[in-house]
Design a protein around this ligand. Sequence first.
Ligand code: ATP
Ligand code: ARG
Length: 348
Amino acid sequence: MDALYTKLKDAKEGCHSLLKKYLSQDVYDNLKDKKTGLGGTLLDCIRSGCENLDSHCGVYACDPEGYTVFDKLLDPVIKDYHQVKEINHPDPNFGDLKNLGFGNLDPSGEMIISTRVRVGRSHAGYLFCPSVTAEQRKEMEEKTIKALKKLKGDLGGKYYSLEKMTKEEETQLVEDHFLFKNDDRMLGSAGGYRDWPSGRGIFHNSDKTFLVWLNEEDHLRFISMQKGGDLAQVYSRLVTAMNEMQDSGLEFATKKGYGFLTFCPTNLGTAMRASVHIKIPKLSQQPDFKDFCEKLHLQPRGIHGENTESVGGVYDISNKRRLGLTEFEAITEMKNGIMEIIKREKEL
Ligand SMILES: Nc1ncnc2c1ncn2[C@@H]1O[C@H](COP(=O)(O)OP(=O)(O)OP(=O)(O)O)[C@@H](O)[C@H]1O
Ligand SMILES: NC(=[NH2+])NCCC[C@H](N)C(=O)O
């Protein structure tokens, strides 16, 4: 670990990660011999950011308790990413579904191709990617399948194990933006693809508007998505599903003031990312495009996921902050930002 830390410390050009910013020699010395009750180490938290100097965040939590044991590093990273002065995340509040104050963000259907809202969740008491075992992943898979079987009506569906899927089925699901893949070098170096594809899979309803990812970056990702810009419908479906999951017997990892615990500190709190795939050929060419998004607390991505390129002026634009505000505030921040994006594109 000392050699990795030296590599990070010596890095200059091209290394702007939050890990580099906050892992001072003092913090390093203070944390280097600590361990969580489950055996999680500082190395588990920092390996990816040291091996990938172009990381943005560069830190992961070894396990839920990592957020306490390694708080001297993780707390400043969390405050910086989510732009909060204190870590004091509110209780969940998804708002009043009958009175959300938004509907379809693009009724003409000219700009928004599709809308997606996801939340991450971790099973309480389990390790995260760097050290979870294949047996534990299988155990979590079984528990999750049992819980998902209780979903009824439009949310009900089937589980597809990655181990049993054909290569063609897998490729098609990835192409259609439904399924994850194993090509994120930052997640890979954090241990995200150990024992691949064992214990991984996807649950979805027949329309593929409600999906659950098992044992990708987080133990669980719950996703609602559909074509077009009807954010109210997509969000309401996710909230309904999450309400049903409360009675499903699954116990999610949380920490007071931090909300729902996830592997990456950028996802903590609501663990919610609400995105649209939107055509913005003019705005995306403006020199201030990134700053414009940043000011609206939005994050632009390419359309095949994080760290991919845009295709034909279509971008994935989502809320950047997930901690320090309620789910309803986060979705409203995203909605307001997307309305500004649409307005500016139309003016150009
Ligand atoms: N609005 C959207 N419409 C259709 N597909 C989407 C939309 N937003 C994201 N996707 C697809 O979801 C998949 C996952 O994307 P990505 O990994 O960037 O985000 P994520 O699942 O929210 O996780 P993370 O933020 O941890 O990377 C990709 O295939 C991406 O194209
Ligand atoms: N999928 C995520 N957790 N994305 C956030 C950042 C991921 C990566 N470790 C980085 O620092 O750039």
